[in-house]
Ligand binder design. Structure first.
Ligand code: ATP
Ligand code: MG
Length: 348
């Protein structure tokens, strides 16, 4: 079943007193799309979400849901489901009544409410917790109640503001899968906010990377990761190495002349840790240079190497477990190589 709606921000500005937090903010989200706003603290993610939900007023532009302007509608008139970072359950209501609340508001019959709430609680594995009060639940359980309450009326648009950040790693990964599954099954439009890049990469159809109240790049996770448009984006999504200009002196491959020297001089040539190869015979399409192994970090599913080039630049290389037989130790002298195609020239 598809029950969803497109969302559009057109030239939206938001001010708190004299401070402008968002200006000329534009974002087009397709019906059924999962879009994540990703960015550092203070970049305006929550502000954008609150404007869509109707909790803050916009001072210019327009916001529409289902191609209808909602800028003048109260939050409850916008038909949006919401999950926030702090669980925001009603503390004086038990789990059943919390989840039932949106249905009571919409005047569903008692029997329909009972049926739907029981189904929703079973889905989030809290069927036996209907009569508990919020304070008698763990953080993960509360967040699952908040999720059930947000989706109980099958909203066409679901907003989530850092819904997983208060949970420990295992719960976070379990909830992440549940959110992905919910999106696949319900087909609803989801606007998700996080500053966790792995959540953004794993969940989204598209990621909007925000900085200083602006969208700096919006694209699929793969493009954002492989072809970031700026240093800011490359640095924010995953680890990366920015090659310094001295590095040009220690490159010995035949392709030295093909390196973007302009980008290199500006320190704007970036190569991801997983694209650096250690001790592998290089082909003539590779850039090769000498390094010393500075540290080896065993991470379980991968091993991370801290490398020091001849000119003293520190680089990070990463190998998934099982892809290299050779054991390296601190102090080993190694050839390091990468394919020119894997390096990305970036603007500031
Ligand atoms: N009610 C408010 N009054 C004044 N300034 C505010 C208010 N709410 C947010 N701001 C400011 O607006 C900017 C954007 O805040 P916002 O909460 O949208 O950031 P965020 O990207 O969600 O950050 P975080 O990751 O920390 O949640 C910040 O500089 C913040 O200080
Ligand atoms: Mg926020």
């Amino acid at each position: 079943m598809t029950h969803n709606a497109p969302v559009t921000f057109t030239g939206v500005a938001i001010k708190y007193g004299a401070t402008t937090v968002l200006s000329d903010f534009n974002l087009d989200i397709k019906a059924g799309e999962f879009v994540t706003l990703l960015g550092p603290s203070g970049s305006g993610k929550t502000t954008a979400l609150n404007a869509l939900a109707g909790f803050v007023d916009i001072s210019a532009g327009d916001i529409s849901i289902g191609n209808k302007s909602v800028s003048r509608l109260a939050p409850e008139e916008r038909g949006i489901g919401m999950v926030f970072q702090s669980y925001s359950l009603f503390p004086h209501m038990n789990v059943f009544d919390n989840v039932a609340f949106p249905l009571k508001l919409r005047k569903y019959s008692r029997s329909e409410i009972r049926r739907r709430v029981e189904e929703a609680l079973a889905k989030v594995r809290l069927a036996d917790f209907a009569l508990r009060m919020p304070k008698e639940l763990s953080g993960g359980q509360r967040q699952r109640v908040a999720f059930a309450r947000a989706v109980i009326f099958e909203p066409p648009v679901l907003l989530m503001d850092e819904p997983l950040s208060a949970l420990d790693l295992k719960l976070r990964e379990a909830m992440r899968l549940e959110i992905k599954r919910y999106h696949s099954e319900s087909g609803c439009t989801i606007v998700f906010v996080t500053h966790d890049q792995s959540e953004a990469l794993s969940l989204s159809d598209r990621i909007a990377v925000m900085g200083g109240g602006k969208i700096l790049q919006i694209d699929t996770p793969k493009v954002i990761y492989d072809r970031p448009s700026s240093k800011f984006v490359a640095d924010f999504i995953g680890q990366t190495n920015f090659l310094t200009s001295e590095f040009a002196n220690c490159v010995s491959g035949p392709l030295k002349q093909d390196i973007d020297l302009g980008a290199l001089r500006a320190g704007n040539l970036s190569i991801r840790p997983e694209h650096l190869r250690i001790g592998v015979p290089a082909s003539d399409t590779d850039i090769v240079f000498d390094c010393e192994i500075d540290e080896v970090l065993f991470l379980g599913e991968s091993t991370e190497f801290s490398l020091k080039s001849k000119t003293g630049q520190m680089l990070i290389a990463k190998y998934p477990a099982g892809t290299s037989d050779r054991v390296y130790r601190r102090g080993d002298k190694v050839h390091v190589s990468f394919r020119l195609n894997d390096a990305v020239s970036l603007s500031d």
